[in-house]
Design a protein around this ligand. Structure first.
Ligand code: ZN
Ligand code: FE
Length: 258
């Protein structure tokens, strides 16, 4: 994950049962950022192994499987999270909202509001590194459950993320991809890009490798939650008369029962 002016390295850290945290490190400055803190020990071990020290911790949302390790890990690092959720996040050093521009590990970092899974969920986009940290909003072949927000809110959030450059790597919060793939295949059986992707997913998981991050361009082609406005998929579902956000709501409801 390099860029001529400001190279950063991305490290994916498996945590808990199926969570991912991410480390971003700038070798020139020594700065290291953590995105989400599901659990302290695997993250602390990765930092120690590389002799890195956290300068910033970015939080996508308030759920315990994203903040539970924070108290142990923060140790002077700047903790950044959504101003909308400051009342139920750990104490923030910097509260942010859509449109805010941060400087993290030498990378210009945009804050994007992505409500749906929770109402205060945010994502972080580093355009020069082609990285987006989406937590439990846009996920590999999926999206987060709607615990707090409405389908319309999540559809709008996903549309914003879908509009990022296609080469963006989507760094999402969980390894749910195999079950997401089975659901996607049930909705979209004729999608040849999806069939190819599922083969790659099965091979990666059989080899014990993560399927996260994933490329936004392949998400656009294969993730059914990004395809609620696709005429072919709508027709296949018999929902061609419905507005996109209602098609999205139907797809999300079907996944909850899948
Ligand atoms: Zn969550
Ligand atoms: Fe989660």
């Amino acid at each position: 994950m390099t860029n001529a002016s400001s190279p950063v390295e991305l490290v994916t850290v498996p945590c808990l049962r199926d969570n991912y945290a991410f480390l971003v490190h700038n070798h020139a400055t020594g700065d290291t950022a953590l995105v989400d803190a599901p659990e302290a020990s695997p993250i602390a071990a990765e930092l120690a192994r590389r002799n890195w020290r956290l300068t910033d911790i970015l939080l996508t949302h308030h759920h315990d499987d994203h903040v539970g390790g924070l108290a142990t890990l923060r140790d002077g690092a700047r903790v950044i999270g959504a101003s909308a959720d400051a009342h139920r996040l750990p104490v923030l050093d910097l509260a942010v909202a859509e449109g805010d521009l941060l400087h993290i590990c030498g990378q210009t970092t945009h804050v994007i509001d992505v409500p749906g899974h929770t109402v205060g969920h945010i994502a972080f986009h580093m355009p020069d590194a082609a990285l987006a940290f989406t937590g439990d909003s846009l996920m590999a072949l999926g999206c987060g459950r709607l615990f707090e927000g409405t389908p319309a809110q999540m559809w709008e959030s996903l549309r914003k993320l879908r509009a990022l450059p296609g080469e963006t790597q989507i760094c999402s919060g969980h390894e749910y991809t195999e079950s997401n793939a089975r659901f996607a295949a049930s909705l979209d059986p004729d999608n040849s890009a999806l069939k190819l992707r599922i083969r790659a997913i099965d091979a990666a998981r059989a080899a014990g490798k993560p399927t996260v991050p994933s490329g936004l361009d392949e998400e656009r082609d294969t993730n059914p939650f990004l395809r609620a406005d696709d005429a072919g998929l709508k027709a296949h579902l018999g929902l061609q008369e419905l507005p996109d956000e209602q098609v999205f709501a139907q797809i999300r409801a079907n996944k909850d029962k899948f």
